[in-house]
Ligand binder design. Structure first.
Ligand code: SF4
Length: 265
């Protein structure tokens, strides 16, 4: 992968394989205030997956695709006790890994991915988890998001931002990312907005706020200080625009059921 050196890739981001959008300084300033507020709110924010070394984090992250972190954390102690090193997985078979992860969705495919990834670690990387995006992407079951988790949390290397469903939802609602962009573009907007050293932690903070307050239906909108300051849904003192929208839909449904004409609006 070659670095894109367009004028839109400011100094310090030239090692990234894509251009990043330009973001106005006032937006960056506002973003930092959001970051600080979230950091004060969630001082212990960190990766929710349990691991004690880089290959365990890699495996836990592969297992977490379309599954909950809680479910993964329930399965991994037994798995990690049985297979201690990448060599142990490589010397085994996907079928022998399966019983340890069968409580997790797509466990057969994930067992194959884990076995193959550990095999590649042994054969190509001396049994160690590589520390570059390009190398991580050669492992089965590893895409950019998984690689970002491993680089950021096992090695403290910020090559991107993990954008999961919570990060995507909360960053759009806070106006950090335009509503109409794709997931990869959302990551680029966040990259362009926040200082590089904050990328891994930003993801944890947005996930924590998404889990605690800014849930998919936004029930807690108006009752939260950070939301009142930074999100238009709460700013006007609305008891949750999103909740209202849901209520409106129900009312409309009821109206149709009763076959009564719609009122003035
Ligand atoms: S105000 Fe509501 S929609 Fe906005 S960030 Fe807070 S919980 Fe989410």
């Amino acid at each position: 992968m070659t670095a894109d050196r367009t004028p839109k890739n400011p100094a310090g981001l030239r090692d990234l394989p894509f251009a990043v959008p330009s973001v106005h300084a006032s937006k960056k300033k506002r973003a930092l205030r959001i970051y600080d507020a979230l950091r004060d709110r969630y001082p212990d924010s960190k990766c929710a997956l349990h691991f004690s070394n880089a290959h365990e984090l890699l495996i836990a992250t592969i297992l977490s695709a379309q599954s909950t972190d809680v479910g993964v954390n329930k399965a991994t102690p037994g798995l990690f006790a049985k297979f201690k090193t990448p060599k142990d997985y490589a010397a085994s078979t996907p079928e022998k890994i399966e019983p340890y992860v069968k409580t997790i969705g797509l466990f057969r495919n994930k067992s194959k991915a884990i076995h193959s990834a550990m095999n590649t670690l042994v054969e190509d990387f001396g049994g160690e988890v590589p520390r570059t995006m390009d190398e991580l992407l050669t492992l089965r079951g590893v895409a950019r998001k998984t690689a970002n988790v491993v680089l950021g949390n096992a090695f403290g290397i910020n090559m991107g931002i993990v954008v999961d469903t919570h990060v995507d939802r909360v960053s759009r609602r806070f106006g950090l990312v335009p509503d109409d962009v794709t997931l990869p573009m959302a990551e680029r907007h966040l990259i362009a907005t926040f200082p590089r050293e904050s990328w891994a932690q930003l993801s944890h903070l947005l996930i924590d706020h998404g889990r605690a307050v800014c849930k998919a239906r936004g029930e807690l909108c108006a009752g939260d200080d950070i939301c009142r300051e930074f999100c238009s849904n709460a700013k006007a003192g609305n008891a949750g625009t999103l909740k209202k929208a849901t209520k409106k839909k129900t009312t409309k449904k009821k109206r149709l059921k009763k076959k009564t004409p719609r009122s003035g609006r």
